[in-house]
Ligand binder design. Sequence first.
Ligand code: DGY
Length: 419
Amino acid sequence: SPDLVSEATRVLMENWRGLYTVPASGLYPHQWSWDSAFIAVGLRHVSPRRAQQELESLLGAQWADGRLPQIVFASGRDDEYSPGASFWRSELIPGSAPVPTAGLIQPPNHAWAALLVHEADPEESRRRRFLDRAYPRLVAWHEYLRRRRSDEAGLAFTVHPWETGMDNSPAWDAPLAAVRGTFGGNVPRPDLRHADVTERPSNAEYEKYLSLAATYRDAGCDDSVAATPFRVTDPGVTALWIRSELALGRIAEELGIEADHADRAAALTEALEDLWDAELGCYVPVDRVSCEPQRFRSITGLLPLIVPDLLHVDELLGTLHGEHFRLGRSVLVPSFDLTAPEFDTSRYWRGPAWFNTAWVLVNGLLECGLETEARVLADTMGARAVESDFAEYLDPITGAAHGTRRFSWTAALSLDLHV
Ligand code: DGY
């Protein structure tokens, strides 16, 4: 609809900061890793050049070991977001980026986004040698995951709930409860100036978040020495990695480079099946400290729908349509099992429906050949985005808007499905 396209474009223009886009002015005043990749996917329809710059500015903050940081800090905004540049002091860490960043990572959706950005305007992309410059950095990023962040099965682990992108999912309750350290100092919550206290992670969670981040920072963010008390293998992270590995294969082809991305993706797909839970009918995260699977139905366990040649597609579609997520009868797709005692309609990743996971699932439905269902979910995203003023997340039962408004990926990903 003309409303969606013009309003979503306006949100992206408002949040553009010259070389990248903030997730939202106020609550998130810096550049976030997986946000930027999702934002580039929408921005490519407005300006392919800006979409390339969005990814290039993030790739420019890559560390020597290949990691892409969770956050690249804008200067002079240190008291607006916690933990900021003065918490991380990344300039003191050998091999960090030339600009201040966080030391953690986020889910690897970047190569997938880079391919989509290229496809929006291949001529402009070739003229600027976008893929030639992005490819080696994206390869180094995946190598980081493979060499520094993989368990024996070959699946990447995350060392902090922030790294999963789904900060306070009930799936992290047990691994977090087992983390003994707690943050001694005062816990700054500038986020509560921009969103209601019932819509954000709790103070108790924040104490653990800061304690975990400080432990990792104090070990120099060195994965070989950091004894990370939180260590989780996540199906959503794995699914995005696989999709991005396949995208790297396409990018290599475009560049005439021989590489084994397809084999890597196949090996990861095989390893992903270890996370299948037949009784729950979805994939589940595994706590690598306690070795316990976290047996919940959460949105992360549905994201493997984007992986080609998955073994359990029919069961997974059954779970998406059944009483736990109610596709088509709930609003978008809830982030957590509607029937579980932990389900919460408004608290961040404990139930609310998010637009990025809906976009991933639209692509998952397309991967399964379910074009009509994909269209219906895409149309719902567009309507809900406009009506909520591009809310960060929604009550999955009533559709009430939560979190911040004029949120960049809500605008970008709804736009992507409507041009
Ligand atoms: C936040 O600050 O809530 C973000 O999710 C962390 O990346």
